[in-house]
Ligand binder design. Structure first.
Ligand SMILES: NC(=O)c1ccc[n+]([C@@H]2O[C@H](COP(=O)([O-])OP(=O)(O)OC[C@H]3O[C@@H](n4cnc5c(N)ncnc54)[C@H](O)[C@@H]3O)[C@@H](O)[C@H]2O)c1
Length: 263
């Protein structure tokens, strides 16, 4: 899809990958970029830089997402590109004393931010986009949604679910003009990565800048690629997983063993 002229929304846009996406969309000629985040001041700062709209929105709340979309469509026109990017990395325990042991609150939070926020946005926008002849969803997921996340079952599980939803959205509405991309990097230099410690396997193939990841995302949207891999090595890891699941589990367990020993 051509980005120039599109009205776009980026969630989790106050910092990190979301802020880079917002800036790159503006540079690519988007007609208007709405930047939203739980951190309303941060969202407004990024929006001010690019002549966009900044809003405080909690993406766990379907009502708040709906109100944002309504306001942007009323003032700027139809949203052609929805970037559901906000995410959280919680439940980390490098020693993994119990893979299922994150608290109920951590599991719930991960589901709401990493999965249901994508569902809420699509629930509101997909029918409108279909009625208009089409539209685009960019879902920032992670290589952890294709492979796994050493040290966090909440992140790994919810990112896999996000891939499942994006696949279904893309399949269900392809014939109605809906296009979907999943952005699946490994380590990216953002506050999130610093927060979880940037030394895990996610950094093994190099940590990319948020700007490089945003550029890869925009290229992927232009080419209408469902799977966007800013770290191309992930393709080979996926192929190895599919080719021999048992062997892949063994290899990942070896990673886990090394990681546990180092902590
Ligand atoms: N940094 C990495 O290494 C990495 C790798 C792969 C995937 N990702 C994914 O990229 C996305 C962006 O991550 P990042 O690294 O820029 O992280 P980040 O923590 O730097 O930024 C995430 C932003 O999302 C916002 N946010 C969190 N919960 C929210 C909520 N309920 N409502 C609205 N906003 C909320 C935060 O306030 C923050 O500004 C996430 O989905 C993350 O899982 C990151």
């Amino acid at each position: 899809m051509e980005i120039a002229g599109q009205v776009a929304i980026v969630t989790g846009g106050a910092q990190g990958i979301g802020a880079a996406l917002a800036r790159h969309l503006h540079k690519a000629g988007a007609a208007h970029v709405c930047v939203c985040d739980l951190d309303g001041d941060g969202a407004k700062t990024v929006a001010a830089e690019i002549g966009g709209t900044g809003m405080q929105v909690d993406v766990r709340d379907a009502g708040q997402i709906g109100a944002m979309i309504d306001e942007i469509e009323a003032t700027q026109g139809p949203v052609g590109l929805m970037c559901s990017n906000a995410g959280i990395a919680n439940g980390f325990d490098p020693a993994v004393t119990n893979a299922a042991g994150a608290s109920a609150a951590e599991w719930q939070m991960a589901w709401e931010v990493n999965v249901m926020a994508h569902v809420h946005a699509a629930n509101i926008l997909a029918p409108r986009m279909i009625a208009r002849g089409g539209g685009y969803f960019l879902h920032t997921v992670s290589a952890a949604g294709l492979l796994s996340q050493i040290g966090s079952a909440t992140y790994s599980t919810t990112k896999h679910a996000a891939v499942g939803f994006a696949e279904n959205l893309a399949i269900s509405h392809r014939d109605e003009g809906i296009r979907v991309s999943i952005l699946c990097p490994q380590g990216v230099a953002t506050p999130m990565l610093s927060g979880i410690g940037g030394d895990g396997p996610q950094a093994g193939d190099g940590v990319l800048s948020a700007e490089a990841v945003a550029e890869a995302a925009l290229d992927g949207i232009r080419d209408e690629q469902f799977l966007i891999l800013p770290h191309p090595q992930v393709q080979a890891y996926m192929e190895a997983k599919v080719a021999n699941y048992n062997r892949w589990i063994g290899g990942m367990a070896k990673f886990q063993r090394g990681f546990r020993a180092a902590k």
